[in-house]
Design a protein around this ligand. Structure first.
Ligand SMILES: [Zn+2]
Length: 267
């Protein structure tokens, strides 16, 4: 979907750092068995730009794509918490980057500068641990035109199998499963749209069955009434997070507990 004009964002280095106050700062919520997540997707939230303090309790930002990287950079720095994202179909190609043993980022064997904000975690087809949660990511939407981050159902199914194998390797190593599956497009028939660009992926059904995350967060589908309802896929809660949402997620839990719908833009 087209992005609105980006609101005024203060230049780097001029942001007030917003930290949890009182006991929350000394004892992060994920030590108490729950992680407060700020989930964002598709639409720049002007209220959040004007006052990031409305999400000051967030300990992790999860971004489902189609948001300007300077907006993500702004949120990450203002809240001073980790950020994990997957790309949407309006984002640049983020594939092919890897860190060398010395920490140098390479692409096609050459030093490269990724387009995403410094310190953010690209979860596309990857497993990322952050703030006590394990996140598996699968960005992109169904191919409907030329451009990056678009896949046929068959291509996405192949990527889903790669992601599932990676999750399995992590689980064998430390026993931990995936808490959140972060995608751009929804599963087919679960809050998706009828038009070709907004149809969901069939492959996400079997991926959810294998990973059994507590929560699947996605964007991409305009927040019409049907799309703004929460859905379930087996024991997994599925939420379209266009705009912004605050949610409490229990690491290793079977379900997201006590979710707090945030500001949601319907258009
Ligand atoms: Zn999209």
């Amino acid at each position: 979907m087209p992005l609105p004009e980006l609101p005024q964002i203060p230049p780097p280095g001029t942001l007030p750092r917003i930290r949890p106050c009182g006991n929350a700062a000394a004892h992060p919520a994920y030590d108490r068995g729950v992680v407060r997540v700020l989930a964002v997707s598709d639409e720049v939230d002007e209220g959040l730009c004007a006052d990031p303090g409305v999400a000051r309790e967030a300990e992790l930002i999860l971004a489902c794509g189609d948001l300007p990287f300077d907006y993500l950079d702004y949120l990450m720095n203002a809240l001073d918490v980790p950020l994990v994202f997957v790309p949407g179909n309006h984002d640049p190609d983020v594939s092919g980057y890897r860190a060398s043993r010395t920490g140098l980022i390479l692409r096609a064997g050459l030093p490269a500068s990724p387009p995403w904000p410094d310190g953010a975690g690209n979860a596309d087809c990857q497993i990322v641990d952050a703030a006590g949660l394990r996140v598996a990511g699968l960005g992109g939407c169904r191919r409907y035109r030329e451009g990056p981050n678009q896949y046929t159902d068959r291509q996405q199914a192949r990527r889903a199998r790669v992601l599932s194998r990676r999750a399995g390797r992590h689980k064998r190593r430390d026993g931990k499963g995936v808490d959140v599956l972060l995608t751009h497009a929804p599963p087919k028939g679960v809050g998706d749209g009828d038009d070709a660009p907004h149809q969901g992926f069939t492959a996400l059904h079997s991926l959810v069955a294998r990973l059994q995350p507590a929560l699947l967060l996605h964007g991409h589908v305009p927040a019409y009434d049907a799309a703004t309802q929460d859905h379930r896929l087996g024991s997994t809660a599925v939420r379209n997070v266009i705009g912004r949402h605050l949610l409490d997620v229990e690491p290793g839990g079977r379900a997201a507990s006590q979710t707090h719908p945030g500001q949601r833009h319907a258009r």
